[in-house]
Design a protein around this ligand. Sequence first.
Ligand code: NAD
Length: 441
Amino acid sequence: MKIVVIGTGYVGLVSGACFSEMGNTVVCVDVDSDKIGKLKKGIIPIYEPGLEAIIKKNRSQKNIYFSTSIEESIKDASIVFIAVGTPMKEDGAADLQSVFSVAKEIGKSMTARLVIVNKSTVPVGTAYRLKEIVAKELKLRESIVDFDIVSNPEFLKEGSAITDFMKPDRVIIGSDSEYASKKMKELYSPFFRTHQRYLEMDIRSAEMTKYAANAMLATKISFINEMAIICEKLDADINQVRLGIGSDKRIGYDFIYPGVGYGGTCFPKDISAIQKVAKEAGYIPKLLDSVSRINQYQKVYFLQKITSRFGEDLSGKVFGIWGLTFKPGTNDMREAPSIFMINELISRGAKIKAYDPKVSQESVNFYINNKENVLICKSKYEVLTNVQALILLTEWKEFRSPDFDKIKKELLNPVIFDGRNQYGSFELKDKGFEYYQIGKN
Ligand code: NAD
Protein backbone atom coordinates (compact mmCIF):
# COMPACT_ATOMS: atom_id res chain seq x y z
CA MET A 1 0.00 0.00 0.00
CA LYS A 2 1.24 3.54 -0.59
CA ILE A 3 0.83 5.63 2.52
CA VAL A 4 1.55 9.25 3.27
CA VAL A 5 2.18 10.49 6.81
CA ILE A 6 2.01 14.23 7.31
CA GLY A 7 4.06 15.52 10.26
CA THR A 8 7.40 13.91 11.06
CA GLY A 9 7.48 14.35 14.84
CA TYR A 10 7.50 11.60 17.46
CA VAL A 11 4.20 10.16 16.23
CA GLY A 12 4.46 10.74 12.46
CA LEU A 13 8.03 9.57 12.01
CA VAL A 14 7.58 6.47 14.15
CA SER A 15 4.29 5.58 12.40
CA GLY A 16 5.83 6.12 8.95
CA ALA A 17 8.90 4.04 9.85
CA CYS A 18 6.80 1.18 11.26
CA PHE A 19 4.41 1.11 8.30
CA SER A 20 7.44 0.96 5.96
CA GLU A 21 8.90 -1.87 8.07
CA MET A 22 5.76 -3.90 7.24
CA GLY A 23 6.47 -3.52 3.52
CA ASN A 24 4.33 -0.50 2.65
CA THR A 25 5.69 2.37 0.61
CA VAL A 26 5.63 5.43 2.83
CA VAL A 27 6.21 9.11 2.18
CA CYS A 28 6.74 11.21 5.31
CA VAL A 29 5.90 14.88 4.79
CA ASP A 30 6.68 17.93 6.92
CA VAL A 31 6.56 21.71 6.48
CA ASP A 32 9.91 21.93 8.22
CA SER A 33 12.30 21.78 5.25
CA ASP A 34 15.28 21.59 7.59
CA LYS A 35 13.91 18.41 9.15
CA ILE A 36 13.12 16.87 5.75
CA GLY A 37 16.58 17.83 4.47
CA LYS A 38 18.14 15.98 7.42
CA LEU A 39 15.90 12.93 7.00
CA LYS A 40 16.80 12.73 3.31
CA LYS A 41 20.45 12.49 4.40
CA GLY A 42 19.66 9.80 6.96
CA ILE A 43 19.89 12.13 9.98
CA ILE A 44 17.10 11.43 12.49
CA PRO A 45 15.98 14.68 14.16
CA ILE A 46 14.59 13.05 17.33
CA TYR A 47 15.89 10.42 19.72
CA GLU A 48 13.77 7.31 19.91
CA PRO A 49 15.33 3.88 20.56
CA GLY A 50 15.36 1.69 17.41
CA LEU A 51 14.03 4.39 15.08
CA GLU A 52 17.28 5.15 13.30
CA ALA A 53 17.92 1.49 12.39
CA ILE A 54 14.41 1.00 10.95
CA ILE A 55 14.63 4.17 8.86
CA LYS A 56 18.11 3.32 7.63
CA LYS A 57 17.04 -0.16 6.51
CA ASN A 58 13.85 1.00 4.81
CA ARG A 59 15.55 3.92 3.08
CA SER A 60 18.00 1.51 1.51
CA GLN A 61 15.14 -0.81 0.49
CA LYS A 62 13.26 2.19 -0.97
CA ASN A 63 10.27 1.73 1.33
CA ILE A 64 10.42 5.17 2.92
CA TYR A 65 10.80 8.63 1.39
CA PHE A 66 10.70 12.19 2.71
CA SER A 67 9.14 15.28 1.18
CA THR A 68 7.87 18.78 1.93
CA SER A 69 5.08 18.56 -0.65
CA ILE A 70 1.67 17.18 0.27
CA GLU A 71 0.50 17.59 -3.33
CA GLU A 72 3.33 15.52 -4.82
CA SER A 73 3.20 12.87 -2.10
CA ILE A 74 -0.53 12.03 -2.14
CA LYS A 75 -0.74 11.58 -5.92
CA ASP A 76 -1.05 7.78 -5.96
CA ALA A 77 -1.52 7.14 -2.24
CA SER A 78 -4.50 5.25 -0.83
CA ILE A 79 -4.20 6.39 2.79
CA VAL A 80 -2.95 9.69 4.19
CA PHE A 81 -2.30 10.15 7.91
CA ILE A 82 -2.38 13.51 9.68
CA ALA A 83 0.13 13.45 12.57
CA VAL A 84 0.91 17.11 13.13
CA GLY A 85 1.15 18.82 16.51
CA THR A 86 -1.93 20.01 18.42
CA PRO A 87 -0.28 22.16 21.12
CA MET A 88 -2.05 23.92 23.96
CA LYS A 89 -3.34 27.44 23.22
CA GLU A 90 -3.14 30.14 25.87
CA ASP A 91 -6.76 29.53 26.85
CA GLY A 92 -6.03 25.82 27.42
CA ALA A 93 -7.78 24.58 24.26
CA ALA A 94 -6.09 22.39 21.62
CA ASP A 95 -4.62 24.42 18.77
CA LEU A 96 -5.97 22.79 15.61
CA GLN A 97 -4.45 25.22 13.13
CA SER A 98 -1.94 22.71 11.69
CA VAL A 99 -4.52 19.91 11.43
CA PHE A 100 -6.93 22.19 9.55
CA SER A 101 -4.24 23.56 7.25
CA VAL A 102 -3.16 20.02 6.30
CA ALA A 103 -6.81 19.05 5.60
CA LYS A 104 -7.14 22.11 3.36
CA GLU A 105 -3.97 21.19 1.50
CA ILE A 106 -5.22 17.61 0.99
CA GLY A 107 -8.57 18.90 -0.32
CA LYS A 108 -6.78 21.23 -2.72
CA SER A 109 -4.59 18.57 -4.24
CA MET A 110 -6.23 15.12 -4.05
CA THR A 111 -7.13 13.59 -7.40
CA ALA A 112 -8.25 10.05 -6.51
CA ARG A 113 -10.12 8.35 -3.67
CA LEU A 114 -8.25 8.76 -0.42
CA VAL A 115 -8.76 7.59 3.13
CA ILE A 116 -7.79 10.54 5.34
CA VAL A 117 -6.83 9.34 8.80
CA ASN A 118 -6.33 11.69 11.70
CA LYS A 119 -3.74 10.49 14.24
CA SER A 120 -3.25 13.80 16.03
CA THR A 121 -5.01 14.15 19.40
CA VAL A 122 -8.04 16.35 18.72
CA PRO A 123 -11.29 17.27 20.49
CA VAL A 124 -14.38 15.17 19.83
CA GLY A 125 -16.02 16.14 16.57
CA THR A 126 -12.86 17.42 14.84
CA ALA A 127 -13.01 14.66 12.20
CA TYR A 128 -16.30 16.13 10.95
CA ARG A 129 -14.71 19.56 10.69
CA LEU A 130 -11.91 18.01 8.62
CA LYS A 131 -14.54 16.45 6.38
CA GLU A 132 -16.13 19.87 5.80
CA ILE A 133 -12.75 21.48 5.01
CA VAL A 134 -11.81 18.82 2.45
CA ALA A 135 -15.30 18.89 0.88
CA LYS A 136 -15.18 22.69 0.60
CA GLU A 137 -11.82 22.61 -1.20
CA LEU A 138 -13.06 19.95 -3.63
CA LYS A 139 -16.18 22.01 -4.33
CA LEU A 140 -14.14 25.16 -4.94
CA ARG A 141 -12.26 23.45 -7.74
CA GLU A 142 -15.41 21.67 -8.95
CA SER A 143 -13.84 18.30 -8.41
CA ILE A 144 -15.73 15.12 -7.57
CA VAL A 145 -13.46 12.75 -5.68
CA ASP A 146 -14.56 10.31 -2.98
CA PHE A 147 -12.82 10.49 0.35
CA ASP A 148 -13.31 9.08 3.84
CA ILE A 149 -12.34 10.46 7.22
CA VAL A 150 -11.10 8.11 9.94
CA SER A 151 -10.02 8.77 13.51
CA ASN A 152 -7.06 6.64 14.60
CA PRO A 153 -5.67 8.15 17.81
CA GLU A 154 -2.14 7.15 18.73
CA PHE A 155 -1.11 5.62 22.07
CA LEU A 156 2.66 5.16 21.63
CA LYS A 157 4.94 6.28 24.45
CA GLU A 158 8.11 8.26 23.79
CA GLY A 159 11.07 6.09 24.77
CA SER A 160 9.36 2.83 23.71
CA ALA A 161 7.50 4.16 20.68
CA ILE A 162 8.71 1.53 18.18
CA THR A 163 7.73 -1.41 20.39
CA ASP A 164 4.41 0.25 21.25
CA PHE A 165 3.66 0.77 17.56
CA MET A 166 4.83 -2.64 16.36
CA LYS A 167 3.05 -4.52 19.17
CA PRO A 168 0.19 -2.24 20.14
CA ASP A 169 -1.97 -2.89 23.20
CA ARG A 170 -4.80 -1.84 20.94
CA VAL A 171 -5.51 0.05 17.73
CA ILE A 172 -8.58 2.26 17.80
CA ILE A 173 -10.35 2.96 14.53
CA GLY A 174 -13.23 5.42 14.43
CA SER A 175 -14.96 5.18 11.08
CA ASP A 176 -18.39 5.46 9.47
CA SER A 177 -17.29 4.10 6.10
CA GLU A 178 -17.13 0.43 5.19
CA TYR A 179 -14.52 1.15 2.51
CA ALA A 180 -12.23 2.98 4.95
CA SER A 181 -12.67 0.38 7.69
CA LYS A 182 -11.63 -2.35 5.26
CA LYS A 183 -8.52 -0.41 4.21
CA MET A 184 -7.54 0.25 7.84
CA LYS A 185 -7.92 -3.40 8.79
CA GLU A 186 -5.73 -4.39 5.85
CA LEU A 187 -3.06 -1.90 6.88
CA TYR A 188 -3.01 -2.89 10.54
CA SER A 189 -3.50 -6.67 10.25
CA PRO A 190 0.29 -7.40 10.14
CA PHE A 191 0.56 -5.76 13.57
CA PHE A 192 -1.87 -8.30 15.07
CA ARG A 193 -0.42 -11.69 14.27
CA THR A 194 -0.35 -12.89 17.88
CA HIS A 195 -3.30 -11.17 19.48
CA GLN A 196 -6.36 -9.29 18.35
CA ARG A 197 -6.90 -5.93 19.89
CA TYR A 198 -8.26 -4.04 16.96
CA LEU A 199 -11.25 -1.98 18.04
CA GLU A 200 -13.64 -0.35 15.61
CA MET A 201 -16.04 2.27 16.89
CA ASP A 202 -17.79 5.48 15.90
CA ILE A 203 -15.59 8.49 15.14
CA ARG A 204 -16.53 10.61 18.17
CA SER A 205 -15.90 7.75 20.59
CA ALA A 206 -12.49 7.08 19.00
CA GLU A 207 -11.51 10.74 19.48
CA MET A 208 -12.75 10.65 23.08
CA THR A 209 -10.90 7.38 23.84
CA LYS A 210 -7.54 9.13 23.50
CA TYR A 211 -8.48 11.87 25.97
CA ALA A 212 -10.04 9.40 28.40
CA ALA A 213 -6.87 7.25 28.33
CA ASN A 214 -4.56 10.17 29.08
CA ALA A 215 -6.94 11.54 31.71
CA MET A 216 -6.93 8.15 33.48
CA LEU A 217 -3.12 7.94 33.45
CA ALA A 218 -2.69 11.51 34.69
CA THR A 219 -5.25 10.78 37.42
CA LYS A 220 -3.19 7.80 38.62
CA ILE A 221 -0.09 9.99 38.85
CA SER A 222 -1.85 12.78 40.72
CA PHE A 223 -3.50 10.22 43.00
CA ILE A 224 -0.19 8.69 44.08
CA ASN A 225 1.40 12.13 44.45
CA GLU A 226 -1.40 13.20 46.77
CA MET A 227 -1.03 9.96 48.75
CA ALA A 228 2.73 10.68 48.98
CA ILE A 229 2.16 14.06 50.59
CA ILE A 230 -0.33 12.55 53.04
CA CYS A 231 2.25 9.80 53.85
CA GLU A 232 4.83 12.46 54.72
CA LYS A 233 2.36 14.27 56.98
CA LEU A 234 1.49 11.03 58.79
CA ASP A 235 5.03 9.60 58.86
CA ALA A 236 4.20 6.67 56.58
CA ASP A 237 6.32 5.54 53.60
CA ILE A 238 4.76 5.90 50.14
CA ASN A 239 7.27 3.41 48.71
CA GLN A 240 5.84 0.67 50.89
CA VAL A 241 2.27 1.86 50.38
CA ARG A 242 2.82 1.77 46.60
CA LEU A 243 3.90 -1.87 46.75
CA GLY A 244 1.02 -2.61 49.08
CA ILE A 245 -1.66 -1.23 46.77
CA GLY A 246 -0.04 -2.24 43.46
CA SER A 247 -0.24 -5.92 44.36
CA ASP A 248 -4.02 -5.63 44.04
CA LYS A 249 -4.72 -6.61 40.41
CA ARG A 250 -7.54 -4.07 40.21
CA ILE A 251 -4.99 -1.31 40.92
CA GLY A 252 -1.75 -2.65 39.41
CA TYR A 253 1.79 -1.29 39.68
CA ASP A 254 1.81 0.89 36.54
CA PHE A 255 1.67 4.66 36.85
CA ILE A 256 1.66 4.76 40.65
CA TYR A 257 5.21 6.04 41.10
CA PRO A 258 5.35 9.24 43.14
CA GLY A 259 7.47 12.01 41.61
CA VAL A 260 7.77 15.67 40.73
CA GLY A 261 4.61 15.69 38.63
CA TYR A 262 3.87 14.69 35.06
CA GLY A 263 5.12 16.67 32.05
CA GLY A 264 5.62 16.03 28.35
CA THR A 265 3.60 17.06 25.36
CA CYS A 266 0.56 14.93 26.01
CA PHE A 267 -0.75 14.91 29.59
CA PRO A 268 -0.70 18.66 30.40
CA LYS A 269 -2.20 19.72 27.07
CA ASP A 270 -4.68 16.87 26.75
CA ILE A 271 -6.01 17.25 30.29
CA SER A 272 -6.36 20.98 29.67
CA ALA A 273 -8.13 20.41 26.34
CA ILE A 274 -10.66 17.94 27.74
CA GLN A 275 -11.37 20.27 30.68
CA LYS A 276 -11.96 23.09 28.21
CA VAL A 277 -14.34 21.21 25.93
CA ALA A 278 -16.24 19.76 28.89
CA LYS A 279 -16.76 23.27 30.29
CA GLU A 280 -17.86 24.53 26.88
CA ALA A 281 -20.37 21.68 26.78
CA GLY A 282 -21.77 22.80 30.15
CA TYR A 283 -20.03 20.46 32.60
CA ILE A 284 -17.28 21.45 35.03
CA PRO A 285 -15.02 18.39 35.35
CA LYS A 286 -14.27 18.25 39.07
CA LEU A 287 -11.86 15.32 39.06
CA LEU A 288 -9.77 16.60 36.13
CA ASP A 289 -9.53 20.09 37.65
CA SER A 290 -8.06 18.48 40.78
CA VAL A 291 -5.69 16.28 38.75
CA SER A 292 -4.19 19.40 37.09
CA ARG A 293 -4.00 21.36 40.34
CA ILE A 294 -2.32 18.48 42.21
CA ASN A 295 0.20 18.16 39.39
CA GLN A 296 1.04 21.85 39.53
CA TYR A 297 1.34 21.75 43.32
CA GLN A 298 3.61 18.67 43.24
CA LYS A 299 6.37 20.70 41.58
CA VAL A 300 5.97 23.49 44.15
CA TYR A 301 6.01 20.93 46.97
CA PHE A 302 9.33 19.50 45.78
CA LEU A 303 10.80 22.98 45.31
CA GLN A 304 9.82 23.80 48.90
CA LYS A 305 12.03 20.93 50.13
CA ILE A 306 14.98 22.75 48.54
CA THR A 307 14.04 26.22 49.78
CA SER A 308 13.30 24.89 53.29
CA ARG A 309 16.84 23.51 53.41
CA PHE A 310 18.71 26.36 51.65
CA GLY A 311 16.41 29.35 52.18
CA GLU A 312 14.36 31.48 49.78
CA ASP A 313 17.38 33.56 48.78
CA LEU A 314 19.62 31.28 46.76
CA SER A 315 22.02 33.99 45.52
CA GLY A 316 25.52 32.72 44.98
CA LYS A 317 24.44 29.08 45.27
CA VAL A 318 24.86 26.49 42.53
CA PHE A 319 22.70 23.34 42.32
CA GLY A 320 23.42 20.17 40.36
CA ILE A 321 20.61 18.51 38.39
CA TRP A 322 20.55 14.99 36.95
CA GLY A 323 17.94 14.53 34.24
CA LEU A 324 16.08 17.19 32.24
CA THR A 325 13.73 15.33 29.91
CA PHE A 326 10.15 14.74 31.07
CA LYS A 327 10.91 11.02 31.31
CA PRO A 328 13.78 8.66 30.45
CA GLY A 329 14.27 7.31 26.93
CA THR A 330 13.52 10.52 25.02
CA ASN A 331 15.21 13.82 24.18
CA ASP A 332 11.86 15.61 24.68
CA MET A 333 11.94 18.38 27.29
CA ARG A 334 8.55 19.90 26.49
CA GLU A 335 6.63 20.71 29.71
CA ALA A 336 9.24 18.80 31.74
CA PRO A 337 9.21 19.48 35.51
CA SER A 338 12.92 20.39 35.12
CA ILE A 339 11.90 23.60 33.31
CA PHE A 340 9.78 24.74 36.27
CA MET A 341 12.45 23.73 38.77
CA ILE A 342 15.31 25.46 36.95
CA ASN A 343 13.35 28.67 36.34
CA GLU A 344 12.25 28.81 40.00
CA LEU A 345 15.77 28.21 41.35
CA ILE A 346 17.25 30.81 39.01
CA SER A 347 14.57 33.35 39.96
CA ARG A 348 15.80 32.97 43.57
CA GLY A 349 19.37 33.77 42.52
CA ALA A 350 20.78 30.25 42.02
CA LYS A 351 22.85 28.91 39.16
CA ILE A 352 22.47 25.43 37.72
CA LYS A 353 24.83 22.74 36.49
CA ALA A 354 22.97 19.89 34.81
CA TYR A 355 23.48 16.67 32.90
CA ASP A 356 21.04 14.64 30.82
CA PRO A 357 22.11 11.84 28.44
CA LYS A 358 20.00 13.31 25.62
CA VAL A 359 19.82 17.06 26.21
CA SER A 360 22.34 19.54 24.81
CA GLN A 361 23.08 23.13 25.89
CA GLU A 362 21.25 24.25 22.74
CA SER A 363 17.95 22.59 23.64
CA VAL A 364 18.09 23.82 27.24
CA ASN A 365 18.62 27.37 26.00
CA PHE A 366 15.31 27.07 24.16
CA TYR A 367 13.35 26.37 27.36
CA ILE A 368 15.04 28.39 30.10
CA ASN A 369 14.50 32.13 30.65
CA ASN A 370 17.95 33.06 31.97
CA LYS A 371 19.92 30.52 30.05
CA GLU A 372 23.32 32.05 31.00
CA ASN A 373 22.68 30.63 34.49
CA VAL A 374 22.54 27.02 33.27
CA LEU A 375 25.61 25.02 32.35
CA ILE A 376 25.14 21.65 30.68
CA CYS A 377 27.89 19.20 31.66
CA LYS A 378 29.23 16.25 29.70
CA SER A 379 28.89 13.69 32.48
CA LYS A 380 26.85 13.13 35.62
CA TYR A 381 29.85 13.46 37.93
CA GLU A 382 31.04 16.71 36.29
CA VAL A 383 27.80 18.28 37.57
CA LEU A 384 28.79 17.77 41.20
CA THR A 385 31.84 20.01 41.55
CA ASN A 386 31.15 23.10 43.67
CA VAL A 387 27.43 22.55 43.93
CA GLN A 388 25.34 22.77 47.10
CA ALA A 389 23.24 19.69 46.48
CA LEU A 390 22.24 17.11 43.89
CA ILE A 391 18.68 17.16 42.54
CA LEU A 392 17.46 14.11 40.61
CA LEU A 393 14.62 14.91 38.20
CA THR A 394 14.58 12.15 35.55
CA GLU A 395 15.16 8.48 36.38
CA TRP A 396 17.51 7.57 33.51
CA LYS A 397 19.09 4.13 34.08
CA GLU A 398 22.58 5.62 34.41
CA PHE A 399 21.45 7.54 37.52
CA ARG A 400 20.00 4.53 39.29
CA SER A 401 23.08 3.14 41.04
CA PRO A 402 25.71 5.88 41.16
CA ASP A 403 28.94 5.98 43.19
CA PHE A 404 27.71 7.61 46.40
CA ASP A 405 31.23 7.93 47.86
CA LYS A 406 32.18 10.00 44.83
CA ILE A 407 29.00 12.08 45.10
CA LYS A 408 29.70 12.80 48.79
CA LYS A 409 33.29 13.77 48.08
CA GLU A 410 32.35 16.18 45.28
CA LEU A 411 29.30 17.97 46.74
CA LEU A 412 29.81 21.01 48.99
CA ASN A 413 27.16 19.51 51.29
CA PRO A 414 26.11 15.85 51.26
CA VAL A 415 22.52 16.68 50.26
CA ILE A 416 20.37 14.82 47.71
CA PHE A 417 16.86 15.77 46.64
CA ASP A 418 15.44 12.72 44.91
CA GLY A 419 12.45 13.70 42.78
CA ARG A 420 11.94 10.12 41.58
CA ASN A 421 12.44 8.05 44.76
CA GLN A 422 15.36 6.15 43.25
CA TYR A 423 17.70 5.92 46.22
CA GLY A 424 15.47 4.81 49.10
CA SER A 425 17.17 1.41 49.39
CA PHE A 426 20.73 2.76 49.53
CA GLU A 427 20.58 3.74 53.24
CA LEU A 428 21.83 7.20 52.34
CA LYS A 429 21.26 8.62 55.82
CA ASP A 430 23.61 5.93 57.24
CA LYS A 431 26.16 6.98 54.60
CA GLY A 432 26.07 10.52 55.99
CA PHE A 433 23.74 12.12 53.43
CA GLU A 434 20.82 14.42 54.05
CA TYR A 435 18.36 12.62 51.82
CA TYR A 436 15.02 14.05 50.72
CA GLN A 437 12.53 12.02 48.72
CA ILE A 438 8.81 12.20 48.02
CA GLY A 439 6.33 10.66 50.42
CA LYS A 440 8.78 9.56 53.08
CA ASN A 441 10.44 11.59 55.83
P1 NAD B 1 5.71 16.94 17.16
O1 NAD B 1 5.62 18.34 17.59
O2 NAD B 1 6.87 16.10 17.61
O3 NAD B 1 5.66 16.86 15.57
C1 NAD B 1 4.72 17.52 14.78
C2 NAD B 1 5.30 17.70 13.39
O4 NAD B 1 4.29 18.23 12.54
C3 NAD B 1 6.48 18.68 13.34
O5 NAD B 1 7.58 18.09 12.71
C4 NAD B 1 5.95 19.87 12.53
O6 NAD B 1 6.92 20.51 11.76
C5 NAD B 1 4.91 19.17 11.67
N1 NAD B 1 3.89 20.07 11.12
C6 NAD B 1 3.25 21.09 11.75
N2 NAD B 1 2.40 21.71 10.90
C7 NAD B 1 2.50 21.05 9.71
C8 NAD B 1 1.87 21.21 8.44
N3 NAD B 1 0.96 22.16 8.25
N4 NAD B 1 2.24 20.38 7.45
C9 NAD B 1 3.16 19.41 7.65
N5 NAD B 1 3.79 19.21 8.82
C10 NAD B 1 3.46 20.01 9.85
O7 NAD B 1 4.34 16.26 17.62
P2 NAD B 1 4.12 14.77 18.13
O8 NAD B 1 4.64 14.63 19.52
O9 NAD B 1 4.53 13.80 17.08
O10 NAD B 1 2.52 14.77 18.26
C11 NAD B 1 1.68 14.79 17.13
C12 NAD B 1 0.26 14.52 17.58
O11 NAD B 1 0.16 13.22 18.18
C13 NAD B 1 -0.23 15.49 18.67
O12 NAD B 1 -1.59 15.72 18.50
C14 NAD B 1 0.01 14.71 19.96
O13 NAD B 1 -0.86 15.11 21.00
C15 NAD B 1 -0.29 13.29 19.53
N6 NAD B 1 0.41 12.26 20.29
C16 NAD B 1 1.69 12.43 20.70
C17 NAD B 1 2.35 11.43 21.41
C18 NAD B 1 3.76 11.60 21.89
O14 NAD B 1 4.19 10.81 22.75
N7 NAD B 1 4.51 12.57 21.42
C19 NAD B 1 1.67 10.21 21.66
C20 NAD B 1 0.37 10.07 21.19
C21 NAD B 1 -0.26 11.09 20.51
